[in-house]
Write a protein that binds this ligand. Structure first.
Ligand code: CA
Length: 375
């Protein structure tokens, strides 16, 4: 997202209105218009039928449903010129091949979480979530009003992709356990489904992180193949049924404080779209970004109540000493990642600088709000 030069903002808005009326004229006679300076042509007659592959099960609550909504917004905003067909994970390509499928142009768009691609680009995880990292509000600020998105675009350009922030889970829960976690020793030997960076931190604490797709988690936990699992938050966890097979629901989700989801678009295809369709895609992604966070906030509060009242779920909190040690392990892993990958070092410098500033501001506002005003 380009930074707004506030002095020129009004001027640009007026010019924008003029440009919009030009589009309206072009729409009237179905003509193609080429802008001076090599900008993409506005070809109002051309229809785009694109495919979006996703890392989620088909029509997955909130996340997948929201993508169907997003496809409608794009169709409506483009007056039917652009239609997007959404494929759930495995319908066109396996979930974790979405990145490669869009990179190669098999599909024009994809939706997932950037930390899935850490094996291809270690820096990618900073654009989704790192343990003890920024929350949703701070991630949005870093990406959209700081230099986050610029760095993300620089990284993904190497893979032929253009990324957009597109959804956020908010602070997640810490997971479902059948034994209490009272000290770090309780994590030793613990087989827990916890992906990515969080899994690496658990391994440092002596636990055994297990990677398993969502569809297997209930059975694995029920049969004791795993001792514990994290998923998302009360709404999605309730739908998984974990309340029937686990005793304790732990907070907070130290490993995912505000995971950003992503829309990624094949870059050559995006670059050759008419400018208005490019803006429509970006606008729809931003609408989804707000929509998902609102929806998940509304549903999580409802389902937390449900879990407490209907299922008598025991909410527990990780002790401070456990969280403090996990934070130290996180720092060790961050040092390893940034020492071995120059781009990750560059992204982390920007991320960390922004987080420290945000922390200072939150200390005199949000922190007091939660502790003293909204007790
Ligand atoms: Ca999670």
């Amino acid at each position: 997202m380009k930074k707004i030069n506030r002095k020129n903002f009004l001027k640009k808005t007026v010019l924008g209105a003029v440009a919009l009326s030009t589009v309206a004229t072009a729409c009237g006679n179905e003509a193609a218009q080429t802008n001076a300076g090599g900008a993409p042509a506005i070809n109002v007659g051309k229809k785009y039928r694109w495919k979006m592959v996703t890392t989620w099960p088909p029509n997955y609550p909130i996340i997948g449903e929201g993508l169907e909504e997003m496809a409608k917004w794009i169709e409506e905003m483009s007056s039917g010129r652009m239609k997007i067909k959404i494929y759930g994970g495995g319908e066109l390509v396996p979930p974790l091949e979405s990145f490669d499928a869009v990179s190669s142009g098999t599909a024009e768009m994809g939706h997932g979480g950037a930390y899935y691609w850490a094996g291809k680009a270690p820096a990618a995880q900073f654009f989704a979530s790192v343990p003890f990292g920024m929350n949703a509000q701070q991630m949005n600020a870093w990406l959209l009003s700081g230099s986050g998105l610029e760095l993300w675009r620089e990284l993904y350009a190497k893979f032929n992709l253009v990324p957009f922030p597109c959804g956020n889970t908010g602070v997640q829960m810490g997971g479902w356990f059948n034994k209490e976690i009272n000290s770090l020793a309780d994590l030793k030997g613990l087989k827990m489904r916890i992906p990515g960076f969080g899994g690496k931190v658990l391994a440092k604490a002596g636990g055994s992180p297990v990677l398993a797709p969502g569809s297997e988690l209930y059975t694995n936990l029920e049969r004791g193949v795993i001792d514990a699992t994290e998923w998302i938050g009360p709404f999605h966890d309730y739908k998984m049924g974990f309340q029937d097979i686990a005793k304790y629901y732990y907070a907070p989700g130290w490993h995912e404080a505000g995971t950003t989801l992503e829309l990624f678009v094949n870059k050559p295809k995006f670059d050759t779209l008419p400018k208005d369709l490019q803006v429509i895609i970006e606008t729809a992604a931003l609408r989804y970004n707000t929509w998902m966070l609102s929806e998940i906030e509304a549903q999580n509060s409802l389902y937390l109540d449900k879990l407490k009242k209907e299922n008598n779920i025991d909410i527990r909190y990780f002790p401070d000493e456990v969280l403090d040690q996990l934070r130290l392990y996180t720092d060790e892993i961050l040092a390893e990642i940034t020492a071995s990958d120059p781009f990750a070092k560059k992204v982390y410098a920007s991320y960390n600088n922004f987080r420290n500033r945000a922390k200072g501001w939150a200390a005199v506002t949000e922190k007091i709000f939660y502790n003293k005003l909204q007790k």
